[in-house]
Design a protein around this ligand. Sequence first.
Ligand code: NAD
Length: 359
Amino acid sequence: MNKQRIGIVGIGKISGIYLDNLTGMFSKRVTLISVTDVIAERAEKAAVDYHVRHIKTPEDLINDPEVDIILNITQPQNHHAVAMAAVKAGKHVYNEKPLCVTREEAAELLKAAAEKKVRVGGAPDTFLGAGIQTCRKLIDDGWIGRPVAASAFMMNHGHEHWHPDPAFYYKTGGGPMFDMGPYYLTALVNLLGPITRVSGSAKQGFTRRTITSEPLNGTVIDVDVPTHIAGVLDFAGGAVGTIITSFDVWASSMPFIEIYGSEGTLQVPDPNTFGGPVRVRRFREEAWSEIPLLKNFPDNSRGFGITDMAEAIVESRPHRASGELAYHVLDVMHGIHDASASGAYYQVKSTCARPEPLG
Ligand SMILES: NC(=O)c1ccc[n+]([C@@H]2O[C@H](COP(=O)([O-])OP(=O)(O)OC[C@H]3O[C@@H](n4cnc5c(N)ncnc54)[C@H](O)[C@@H]3O)[C@@H](O)[C@H]2O)c1
């Protein structure tokens, strides 16, 4: 098969797992050829460690005729500019989440890509892992009957205790919904289909946060975004969902995601992982049953989404972690914030198909 060649823009905290997997578990399916970062020494080191080329500027990497797909793992605030440059250069692009900061940026990106006939993909790709693919099969095979409702909880106290440079999580484009909501909403859309209407309330629990990780320990971040967001989701298929994403909670024992069906309940594993456990409890059963996972990709398989996109390009089929899916999720996340600001429901304008299950 004609393997697509990938160049990475942005060699920060998350890049390690992409570098490992694109040169490891996915190396028979794609070829990583080059890396770049505005902080040159980061890309220089990755180039040495992974035996790929260090390209000095993002512009040169993006315009390199040998690169087919740009993997854009810069901070959210840079997603649009880097992705637009890629599309203008005639390259396919796969962005880390969220797709862009605003709907307008994301819509412009998808329009430009359609005009240039190149693909846009977007993280997360965790829904392609064994855990959520097993859940998808259970729902599609009717194990819990007709989905009636869902709940999702992502609650912690933010990233300033571990991330080396966490300020972006508290600036426009950050916050718990835009940072972690993509995992939960992408999983829900994969399991239940698109969302048509949302409402919600968004609050800011703390106006300033102090970094306790190195090397910026003691630095204070001014918080510009809401950090506790509660949303209600109406799915086109008829189910009603609730979601809470928060960076204001010290401890919680709520589940990650549960789907409530007419004949039972499905417990979905952490959608920020590729594995399990997956549990089901059907009506009249007195205990949960742990369901064996489908064999595919239970371990940290970041890079699966861009690999699927690379193969889809060669095979002329739709890719699963698509720009349309990432745009729909972005639209829903903004809709919850908009509903909080306006006091009215937001009718979701975008939609998308459920990605094909992996089989
Ligand atoms: N850190 C995580 O655990 C994690 C997990 C999943 C997804 N993500 C997502 O991955 C993305 C990156 O997060 P991170 O934590 O690695 O951030 P980071 O700040 O550690 O790294 C981002 C890197 O991009 C570089 N960069 C920014 N603009 C650039 C440009 N125009 N050209 C070249 N390089 C540029 C920066 O210099 C930096 O090295 C974000 O979208 C985030 O939401 C992060």
